[in-house]
Ligand binder design. Structure first.
Ligand code: PMP
Length: 406
């Protein structure tokens, strides 16, 4: 439903990502409110970080910090900011050097190299202020190169500010409500698409259309005969936290008086990271050495781009459940999300479901909207064992009886 127009370059294909309703996952857990995911993998470079890369780079060009044809862009990153910057550098013509910890996937490295970036790897276990960390290595390198510029996603306020637009998109989609049936009718077996406004010959697809399945029915009749409703605001907002730019920028906008000051914001932090409050939440469970495999979230220091005041509650996640939920997103919802998306949805579902801390006030209330950010896609993890392991989870087939389709 994006307006179609000619875009001048790939950087212009950042933003305007879809907000999509989850169906099987929340239904299987008994959640009554709407769970909507902001799918950031539709951005040109494949992640939410394309937004900040574009803004930081263009702003630096505008204020003269970056000089086309001369400056060298260096950035310490967990990969996605690097990919966004490498893409912007490819288009604008800058040399780009990305410094990232060993833990980050080979897929990210290959993408960076394909975009023409030079890649330096640093030990994952190095603390942020260790001279071997990606942040310190990038700083030393920049000092040694006269034309080097670190745009610095940990301190650059263009990072959270870029997400004002992300929040505006969410608000706009929520205000618009469910998409008209004409755009979804084929998928839902409700007959052929409306082709009234085109010159296409009509094609009778209804004969082959998949019959209506109760839990894929959206914005129309619910299985119990009631009509699904959507509030006109974001009632709960959930996002994983790395630099904090995403959650701080979006939550600040959503909580403004002209949208919903009562919007409840849940911050997602992996076990092993020190970002969550109260700090006692960050104590390591027995047997954990503090390392974790999910990429892009969690730190051992508070970045200046993170505003903890906008976060009402924190949820700690562990790897296995995060990856289980990433696979549920893929297998049950057709949403090709990455590991930190699984962490965010894992947190949202466990918080909203019966027995979860958010059940009484939010999860049990039909019509309320919980919005979860999905930062990147399986493109970054396509050979990772967590993605290709075939055993778990089973497809959620609840309520679908394939033998009784008519
Ligand atoms: N998930 C992934 C995959 C990421 O790359 C990042 C960025 N580090 C995040 C989540 C967190 O985003 P932010 O830095 O805006 O907190």
């Amino acid at each position: 439903m994006r307006p179609q127009a000619i875009l001048p370059d790939a950087l212009s294909a950042v933003g305007e990502t879809p907000l999509i309703q989850l169906n099987r996952i929340p239904h299987a857990e008994g959640i009554k409110c709407n769970v909507l995911v902001k799918c950031e993998y539709f951005n040109a470079g494949g992640s939410v970080k394309d937004r900040i890369a574009r803004r930081m780079l263009l702003q630096a060009e505008q204020d003269g910090t970056l000089i086309p044809g001369k400056s060298v862009v260096i950035e310490p990153t967990s990969g996605n900011t690097g990919i966004g910057l490498a893409l912007a550098c490819a288009i604008r013509g800058y040399r780009c050097i990305i410094v990232l910890p060993e833990k980050m996937s080979a897929e990210k490295v290959n993408t960076l190299r394909a975009l023409g970036a030079e890649v330096i790897r640093t030990p994952t276990e190095a603390a942020h202020d260790d001279p071997r960390s990606n942040i310190m290595v990038a700083r030393r390198l920049a000092k040694s190169m006269p034309d080097a510029v670190i745009l610095d996603q940990y301190n650059n306020l263009n990072n959270p500010t870029a997400h004002w637009a992300t929040a505006e998109e969410i608000i706009e989609a929520i205000k618009a409500g469910p998409a008209p049936p004409s755009s979804t009718s084929l998928l839902h077996g409700m007959g052929a698409l409306s082709l009234n406004n085109t010159k296409e010959e009509p094609f009778d697809a209804s004969a082959n259309a998949r019959p209506l399945t109760p839990d894929s029915n959206r914005g129309a009749d619910e299985p119990n005969g009631s009509v699904q409703t959507f509030s006109d605001k974001v009632d709960v907002f959930v996002a994983g936290v790395g630099t904090g730019g995403t959650i701080s920028g979006i939550a600040s906008r959503l909580k403004r008086a002209d949208h919903n000051p009562d919007c409840f914001v849940l911050g997602v932090d992996p076990i092993g990271s020190d970002l969550a409050l109260p700090a006692t939440l960050n104590a390591l469970p027995e047997g954990s050495d503090g390392s974790y495999k999910v990429e892009g979230i969690g730190y051992d220091f508070d970045p200046n781009t993170l505003n903890k005041k906008v976060i009402d509650e924190w949820f700690k996640t562990e790897d296995e459940q995060s990856f289980v939920y990433a696979r549920h997103l893929i297998k049950d919802e057709g949403i090709l999300a990455g590991g930190s998306s699984g962490a965010a949805v894992n947190a949202a579902i466990n918080w909203l479901k019966p027995g979860g801390a958010g059940w009484d006030k939010f999860g049990s209330k039909a019509g309320l909207n919980a919005v979860v950010v999905l930062p990147d896609s399986i493109r970054n993890y396509i050979t990772k064992p967590w993605l290709v392991s075939d055993a778990k989870p089973e497809r959620r087939q609840a309520e679908i009886d394939f033998d009784n389709f008519q």
